[in-house]
Write a protein that binds this ligand. Structure first.
Ligand SMILES: Nc1ncnc2c1ncn2[C@@H]1O[C@H](COP(=O)(O)OP(=O)(O)OP(=O)(O)O)[C@@H](O)[C@H]1O
Ligand SMILES: [Mg+2]
Length: 246
């Protein structure tokens, strides 16, 4: 049973065909590296899966059940978490507050319901420890590095019991050491049965963690093959069009 399956998904913006007839399936625990040139449709595909855009045509299945998302919350409830580079993280809040954003823990004092900061800090601390991240629950996100921010976003994914994590260019703007940290987080998710879609321009990152590589060119899926059966040279050819199809 696949974690996620797209069948004939298209997305048009007026005359622009951002996605044309894309069919792709992802198994639990599988890491797919989604590659393609600027404007190839990668972010659009992520946004369609995440419920930001309704597809113009085609169907989406989660664990073999057809789904229709009208808003990002629908996708989140179906087990999809999106990790953006900076987005969706509140700079002026602590790491713990971000992990629990929108699903805060509360406790009652008599008739009053109050936020349970202590319990949220403890739970967040446990999640960071599981992720082997140095992030501390009280740290303010605005003082964090790109890699630490992603640990926060991934802790959110673990908390929500996500089945599929979508990452759009997570390693584009961070240091070498942080890239290694993020790749480790991806492996952690995969080891725990979570399917990961990694959008990246960085060939070495993709080949280090991806089980399969999918290439979009002008909105069309021109390859979806095992990383072990491909090479950076072939993928570059597929991205540019020097190689038509693989
Ligand atoms: N909201 C939108 N309205 C109109 N056109 C859009 C919108 N979003 C994307 N597009 C167009 O759809 C096409 C695919 O864009 P998309 O952002 O998915 O590319 P991408 O592969 O993520 O590129 P990059 O590598 O630059 O991030 C582009 O031609 C883009 O201009
Ligand atoms: Mg993009």
């Amino acid at each position: 049973m696949s974690a996620l399956r797209l069948e004939g998904v298209s997305k048009h913006f007026g005359a622009i065909h951002a996605l044309s007839d894309v069919s792709l399936s992802i198994e639990p625990g599988e890491v797919i590296g989604l590659m393609g040139d600027n404007g190839a449709g990668k972010s659009t595909l992520v946004k369609v899966i995440a419920g930001n855009f309704a597809p113009s045509a085609g169907e989406i299945f989660i664990s073999d059940t057809r789904v229709e998302f009208h808003k990002p919350l629908d996708a989140q409830r179906a087990g999809i978490e999106v990790v953006y580079q900076d987005l969706a993280i509140c700079d002026n809040l602590s790491a713990a507050a971000n992990v629990f954003l929108g699903r805060e823990l509360t406790r009652r004092i008599g008739p009053i319901q109050i936020l349970d900061y202590a319990r949220m800090r403890i739970r967040a601390g446990e999640l960071f420890a599981r992720l082997k991240s140095e992030t501390r629950p009280r740290d303010l996100v605005k003082r964090m590095s790109g890699g630490q921010r992603q640990a926060v976003a991934i802790a959110r994914a673990l908390l929500s019991d996500a089945k599929i994590v979508l990452m759009d260019e997570p390693t584009a703007a961070i240091s070498v050491r942080q890239v290694a940290e993020v790749l480790n987080l991806i492996r952690y998710l995969s080891d725990h049965g979570i399917a990961v879609v990694l959008v990246s321009h960085r060939m070495p990152d993709v080949f280090q963690v991806a089980d399969r590589i999918a290439v979009l060119r002008r909105g069309r899926l021109v390859a979806s093959k095992r990383a072990a059966d491909s090479s950076p040279e072939e993928v570059t050819g597929l991205i540019t069009g020097a190689i038509e199809f693989a």
